[in-house]
Design a protein around this ligand. Structure first.
Ligand SMILES: [Zn+2]
Length: 505
């Protein structure tokens, strides 16, 4: 019986966020050790569920030292990183001798004091198991893959959908690669290509049938038919990280000289398509004008703020859209959500039915997305904030807003929560006793992941930017560590000259 180590440490860090993610941030959403992880994740559709299903089929003996689910925020604290890494390594040493390792990493972690924590974890695992033991990893396509990460492992496969609905399939793919290595069929390494661009592949969006991400995935599948190629993994990059390796990459897992060529070929596609962003960003005012032009009908208009998206490290308390909706209300509006522990506490203390004067949201960075909204709100509902995803985004996963309240000001109902959280699942609406289909307008905070659940119930979907810290306007951020020259920060001729020099090298 083969002995396989399974582990997961997922964090997407917005390095521009001024708030760190301490260990308590991760404990809030749950950190799972040993058998608790097995129990919790076998019933989900996560990569860990994929690992476990494959292990049962292959009759592997598995050990799971740690599972850290993804809860994007600012940089992970060094204390949290050290604890996660060492728990993984302690579990690994205790489980030796091993035949293989499957790791679920994000690829966009940044630690306060370590710019490449995913590479550091993979390298530490490699150092512990020696050069010959196979290690295969899964990634989120919103990842900035370092050379160290690619060199430390034998295989990389990232989710192929965005919104990500194939976590489990990705886990199964990684396990299948490991299984073929263990059977002696293949002996791959990872061939990584990275361009000189901060974003590409349309941010990995696969919602449009003929968008750049779908076309790139189709090319990748064709490339996988070539001899020696096992897996062509596309990473669109995570642009809100000031790290050297920021930007898209292609990782070809396989053997032979074609692997590197194919990786570079797909990066050329990314370069040619770099301007092809299928979601155009508009301001709060433009978004509201568009919403008012939508013909009346059943189902809500769904508007999402790209600029204050907790899934991209946004603080989740920007108020620009809330204020605009309160000033000029739409009938039957739901705003979801404002992370403001102080206001939640005050409203909860006042109780259901009370009216409270609040200074709601906008406390973290008033210049980015709007300062506090001073107004009276009626308290409609108080909940503990725990919910279980119904999917299609990671069904079975438990999320936690902390204590939360549903408030009302005129036509606008507002959810205020203790912790910020991306809005991706209809349970996040239903938990407040609201039928999302019955709303006139739902304004949420999320980049793209909401589309899996919300597009099917929406009369229209409108994306906008409030100016928060997950904004797509990278040129206004202060970059100190990204490799230069790079698009779109530097003049095009300089970037093209650097690309040409690298193509020759
Ligand atoms: Zn992602």
């Amino acid at each position: 019986m083969k002995r396989i180590l399974l582990a997961q440490i997922l964090h997407e860090a917005n390095s521009f966020a001024r708030t760190q993610a301490p260990i308590a941030h991760f404990h809030r959403q749950g950190v799972f050790l040993g058998e608790a992880a097995r129990e919790r994740f076998s019933q989900t559709r996560t990569e860990m569920a994929g690992f476990l299903e494959a292990a049962a089929r292959e009759d592997w003996h598995t050990t799971i030292p740690i599972v850290v689910p993804c809860a994007p925020a600012g940089p992970m604290s060094m204390e949290a990183f050290t604890y996660f890494r060492d728990t993984l390594l302690d579990g690994l040493r205790a489980a030796m001798p091993l035949d293989g390792v499957l790791l679920a990493l994000h690829g966009a972690n940044v630690v306060d004091g370590e710019d490449d924590p995913d590479g550091a974890v993979a390298q530490a695992v490699r150092d512990a198991v020696g050069p010959d033991l196979p290690i295969v990893i899964t990634l989120d396509p919103h990842s900035n893959v370092s050379d160290r990460l690619a060199a430390a492992v034998n295989g990389i496969t990232a989710y192929r959908t965005h919104p990500h609905t194939d976590h489990k399939e990705t886990g199964l793919r990684a396990a299948a690669i490991l299984s073929r290595i263990l059977a002696g069929e293949i002996s791959p390494r990872v061939h990584l290509a990275r361009g000189r661009q901060m974003r590409g592949f349309d941010a990995a969006r696969t919602t449009l049938p003929d968008g750049p991400a779908r076309r790139a995935q189709a090319i990748a599948r064709r490339m996988e038919q070539e001899p020696g190629v096992v897996e062509v993994s596309i990473q669109a990059g995570f642009v809100l990280a000031d790290v050297w390796q920021v930007g898209p990459s292609v990782a070809v897992t396989g053997e032979g000289p074609r692997c590197g060529e194919l990786a570079r070929e797909l990066m050329r596609f990314a370069w040619d398509e770099r301007e092809n962003d299928t979601v155009k960003m508009i301001s709060v005012a433009e978004a509201l004008a568009q919403a008012r032009a939508v013909p009346p009908g059943p189902l809500p208009i769904v508007m999402s703020d790209f600029g204050d998206a907790p899934g991209g490290g946004g603080y989740g308390d920007a108020t620009a859209m809330l204020r605009a909706l309160m000033d000029d209300p739409f009938p039957n509006t739901l705003f979801l959500s404002i992370a403001d522990a102080g206001s939640v506490e005050k409203a909860a203390a006042a109780g259901v039915g009370a009216t409270v004067q609040l200074s709601l949201g906008g406390h973290t960075a008033p210049l980015h997305g709007g300062g506090p909204v001073e107004a009276a709100f009626e308290v409609l509902k108080i909940v503990d904030g725990k919910f279980t995803h119904e999917g299609p985004y990671t069904p079975g996963m438990i999320g936690n807003f902390g204590q939360s309240v549903l408030l009302r000001h005129g036509e606008v109902r507002v959810v205020a929560t203790t912790f910020q959280r991306n809005i991706v699942d209809l349970q996040q609406v239903k938990m407040f006793g609201i039928d999302p289909r019955a709303c006139g307008l739902i304004a949420i905070k999320c980049m793209d992941a909401f589309r899996a659940a919300f597009t099917p119930i929406a009369r229209a979907v409108i994306a906008f930017e409030s100016g928060g810290v997950s904004s797509r306007v990278q040129t206004t951020l202060e970059w100190t560590k990204a490799r230069r020259p790079i698009w779109p920060l530097d003049p095009l001729p300089e970037v093209e000259a650097a690309l040409a020099a690298e193509a020759v090298a």
